[in-house]
Design a protein around this ligand. Structure first.
Ligand code: BTN
Length: 305
């Protein structure tokens, strides 16, 4: 986090190199107010009023911090979550220089994308974290529907695809204290207005954007507002324990069910299997070639047909 703070301050050009060096000596928590102050700004594309004035939510997005560039909105959100922010606080950045994807992968986050993290305090058991991620995938698909993209699907656990190309990814991180969940950071990336040619070669073919799908650029602030509303709706279902209803929505949008996949789980040999469905805990239920059933809790599934 120390590096993230120094980076933010350098980008803002508010402090001299000398001051930044001195700042390195401060205790981490002393920075919270500085970071919150820097996060009061508007950037070229992100405008707090445009979001807040149209936002119809009770808790999500009542506190919003906006940055020009951070390493990862999840890191900033994690830091702020320890420093007196309200449930539902949102961290946004125009760009990320070292964003995190699932399974330790790097997530490319150029200007023109929607990169955000939400801090929630769900007061649930660890076993329910995968459900939060699935629920967020549903909120992304509903957001896309509201802006006119009707054919989005979710590849387990949370890649949002359009015609097989990825448009959004979700990274959920739980902050635990003494084995209980303190806060959950839900990081969401939506490829909005950039040219896929600026991504690395291996991503270009499998990526699409809102601009490509709609045939015109979108206002990031409008999409963010809609997403925060959809997220709050599904978060209320989650808090009310309506897990079956969330899973029903997820199944409705599933790209994975009924497909043959290669299952790659951490620390075990990969295998091919047929996807039967999703369990009550959010695990993917697959049938192996020998007919045995498995629950896939973490890892990834590469679609084979
Ligand atoms: C994935 O599909 O691998 C998950 C990608 C999650 C990316 C988002 S962008 C905002 C937030 N900040 C991060 O560093 N990662 C998430």
């Amino acid at each position: 986090m120390q590096n993230e703070i120094v980076n933010i301050l350098k980008k803002e050009e508010k402090f001299s190199e000398e001051t930044i060096e001195e700042i390195r000596e401060f205790k981490l928590n002393d920075f919270a107010d500085i970071i919150k102050e820097v996060g009061q700004q508007e950037t070229e594309y992100l405008n707090r009023n445009k979001i807040s004035d149209n936002l119809n939510t009770e808790t999500i997005g009542k506190e919003i911090y906006i940055f020009k560039e951070v390493m990862s909105t999840n890191t900033v959100a994690k830091f702020l979550s320890q420093n007196d922010v309200s449930n539902g606080t949102v961290v946004l950045s125009e760009k990320q220089s070292d964003a995190k994807g699932r399974l330790g992968k790097h997530w490319e986050s150029p200007l023109g994308g929607i990169w955000l993290s939400i801090i929630v305090n769900p007061n649930v058991d660890h076993s329910k974290i995968p459900m939060i991620t699935l629920a967020t995938g549903v909120a992304v698909v509903k957001t896309l529907e509201r802006i006119g993209i009707e054919n989005a699907e979710i590849k387990w656990p949370n890649d949002v695809l359009i015609n097989g190309k990825k448009i959004s990814g979700i990274l959920t991180e739980a902050i635990t204290k003494f084995n209980t969940i303190d806060n959950v950071i839900i990081g969401v990336g939506i490829d909005a207005n950039f040219d896929v040619d600026i991504l690395s070669k291996e991503l270009q073919e499998g990526t699409t954007t809102l601009d490509i799908e709609l045939g015109h650029r979108v206002d990031e602030n409008e999409v963010i507002t809609i997403f925060l509303e959809e997220f709050e709706k599904i978060a209320i279902m989650f808090n009310d324990g309506e897990f079956e209803a969330i899973l029903k929505e997820w199944r409705n949008y599933s790209y994975s069910i009924g497909k043959i996949v290669e299952v790659r789980e951490p620390f075990s040999k990969s295998y091919d299997a047929y996807v039967l469905g999703i369990s009550r805990e959010g695990a993917l239920v697959v049938e192996k070639i020998d007919g045995t059933l498995e629950k896939v809790i973490s890892g990834e599934c590469i679609i084979k047909n």
